[in-house]
Ligand binder design. Structure first.
Ligand code: CU
Length: 151
């Protein structure tokens, strides 16, 4: 599995045009091994057509730093796709829109752990309101998508 993903990465690096045409873009995810909601977020991505390569790491903060996620936007896991960071429980639709629009930014974050965001579902359809934040360097922040509360 490790070896296969390494070969996949090599191929993607060597053949960017072919990789770009692939139907299922790959999201690399860094999470801690005991994180249940991280696992559920990965399942949400897969259900929505993404390939996911998940790595269990003891601490995700070095990956946040590596991919330019500011501390105040931190959550439980850090993903990366096409050079964009994905922090926390970002919905698959917002990632698809990001990849289509290709804005000049570092990535998307759903800071914290919002009840009702993908992978954070509790009872039924209950959801707290949350924003998916598009972030860039020098403190640039934009609301990429707002989700209203639901009971
Ligand atoms: Cu979480």
């Amino acid at each position: 599995m490790k070896r296969r993903s390494f070969l996949g990465a090599l191929l993607a690096a060597a053949l960017p045009s072919i990789a770009g045409a692939a139907a299922a873009p790959t999201i690399t995810v860094y999470k801690t091994p005991t994180c249940g909601c991280c696992h559920d977020w990965v399942a949400h991505l897969q259900k929505n057509g993404f390939e996911v390569v998940a790595h269990d790491v003891p601490d995700t903060s070095p990956y946040r730093r590596k991919f330019g996620v500011p501390d105040e936007l931190a959550s439980c896991h850090t993903g990366v796709i096409d050079g964009y960071a994905l922090e926390g429980h970002v919905p698959a639709d917002d990632i698809k829109r990001l990849l289509a629009a290709k804005p000049k930014a570092r990535g998307l974050s759903v800071p914290g752990m919002v009840v009702g965001s993908p992978g954070m579902e509790t009872d039924g359809t209950r959801r707290n309101a949350f924003d998916v934040v598009l972030f860039g360097d020098a403190g640039v922040r934009k609301v990429w998508q707002h989700y209203a509360a639901r009971s």
